[in-house]
Design a protein around this ligand. Structure first.
Ligand SMILES: Cc1cc2nc3c(=O)[nH]c(=O)nc-3n(C[C@H](O)[C@H](O)[C@H](O)COP(=O)(O)OP(=O)(O)OC[C@H]3O[C@@H](n4cnc5c(N)ncnc54)[C@H](O)[C@@H]3O)c2cc1C
Length: 391
């Protein structure tokens, strides 16, 4: 069987696995944290099932559960199918932590954490951003001071996705205030129930609480909690962030689905005179323009994926794909709400589409900030692709 046929067989296998096993949760882009213990059980069970079936974590070394026949395109296929089915997706924080532990962990750390990730027992969060350190993360002030065999950590973190139900946190803290600022940082693996940790969920405008503030007050860690070299934390977390790239292609599927939803909305929305929004010339012009931009964005994203898979990636590829996807996502949401605003009513049978648009709109700005804000992406593109001088 050739590679394409094998991938198609894998796609069919994943699709039926999702149809049979994915929990039916009422999730949307902006509300993915479990609302109660039952949902949490289902999510952990689902993540565990994806690992057990060899769909998730397939790229890990075989001794830690990876598949010898794994190819990066399969990660993409899995993500595309999860998007298409609107099924619960693997948590970025967990995938990033796995990658960092596989690359930098000691044997003891791998034994302690990797099987618990695979079983769904451990959910991870990232304790990086602080009230005064986001885009400029290297300015963070949380201190991890050496004490005996270990460290005492004090500081405040913010925007920690899933912090309120995570079992473990990947922490970046300053161990050497005298060193050059990137060199003075160390990565730690931290049990979230450690004495001295207080987690406060932040309620967002979607109504859900996806993020947390996390306060660390003299939290005691041992040298076994250090991930990678002391002073090497910057490389540890950046290696993890780079591992997200292979999943960027699924964004093309999401744009396609959003565009289809926009057409469905324009069909369902009725103007005050009873006509359908889609019959208006101005709405048709909007749909045509957005179709062209969606197709262009898909081509850019697919081109990025092709280069990632063949190891020909340019440093600006990720930022270009992220910028195009997230900014178009915002615009699709704004145009959709424009159609809703001009409508007298929307056919009851299409209520679900309208709900999806409201939620997507409220969440869309977050995507232009997470994983590097649009302005930061533009800066990277300017310097790395266009060769412009640093401002
Ligand atoms: C959905 C989501 C999930 C997140 N999850 C996590 C998580 O799990 N763990 C975690 O630690 N953090 C998380 N974050 C936080 C995220 O990493 C930060 O929000 C991000 O790095 C931006 O930092 P900031 O919010 O402090 O904004 P700032 O850095 O203060 O930026 C504010 C504005 O100034 C602009 N700006 C800043 N510097 C420059 C510059 N040099 N040039 C031009 N413009 C600039 C920015 O683009 C932005 O518009 C998450 C954020 C979001 C939205």
């Amino acid at each position: 069987m050739n590679v394409e046929d094998e991938d198609e067989r894998f796609r069919a296998e994943v699709r039926s696995f999702i149809a049979e096993r994915a929990p039916r949760l009422r999730m949307s882009e902006g509300t993915r944290a479990p609302r109660d213990a039952g949902e949490e059980r289902e999510i952990r069970g689902w993540l565990g099932a994806l690992y057990e079936a060899g769909h998730l974590g397939a790229g890990w070394p075989p001794e830690w559960g990876g598949r010898p026949d794994h190819r990066p395109t399969r990660d993409l296929i899995l993500m595309e199918e999860l998007f298409r089915a609107r099924a619960y997706r693997p948590l970025d924080q967990v995938m990033l932590a796995s990658h960092e532990i596989l690359e930098f962990g000691t044997e003891a750390q791998k034994r302690a954490y990797l099987p618990r990730i695979r079983s769904g027992e451990h959910i991870w969060c990232q304790l990086f951003s602080e009230p005064d350190a986001g885009s400029d993360l290297a300015s963070l002030r949380t201190r991890a001071d050496a004490s005996g065999d270990g460290f005492v950590v004090t500081g405040q973190k913010v925007w920690c996705t899933d912090g309120h139900w995570a079992d473990m946190g990947m922490l970046l803290a300053r161990t050497d205030p005298a060193a050059e600022r990137h060199a003075g940082l160390t990565a730690f693996v931290v049990p979230m129930d450690s004495p001295g940790i207080t987690v406060r969920p932040i309620r967002e405008m979607t109504g859900s609480a996806e993020f947390c503030e996390v306060f660390l007050d003299e939290v005691r860690l041992t040298s076994e909690n250090v991930l990678g070299p002391v002073g090497g934390g910057w490389s540890v977390i950046n290696s993890g962030l780079a591992s997200e790239r292979a999943f960027v292609g699924a964004n093309a599927v999401q744009l396609e689905m959003m565009y289809d939803d926009l057409v469905a909305l324009a069909r369902a929305a009725r103007l005050p005179d009873g006509s359908r929004a889609i019959d208006q010339e101005s709405v048709q012009a909007t749909l045509a323009e957005l179709l062209a931009r969606t197709e262009a964005a898909k081509l850019i994203v697919q081109d990025t994926v092709r280069r990632i898979v063949s190891d020909e990636e340019h440093p600006a590829d990720g930022p270009v794909a992220k910028l195009v996807y997230t900014e178009l996502n915002v615009e699709l949401c704004e145009r959709a709400l424009g159609i809703v605003a001009s409508a007298a009513h929307v056919d009851e049978s299409d209520r679900e589409v309208v709900e999806r648009w409201y939620e997507a709109f409220l969440w869309s700005r977050a995507l232009t900030v997470s994983g590097g804000a649009s302005e930061i992406m533009r800066g990277i593109i300017g310097r790395q692709l266009l060769g412009l001088p640093r401002a």
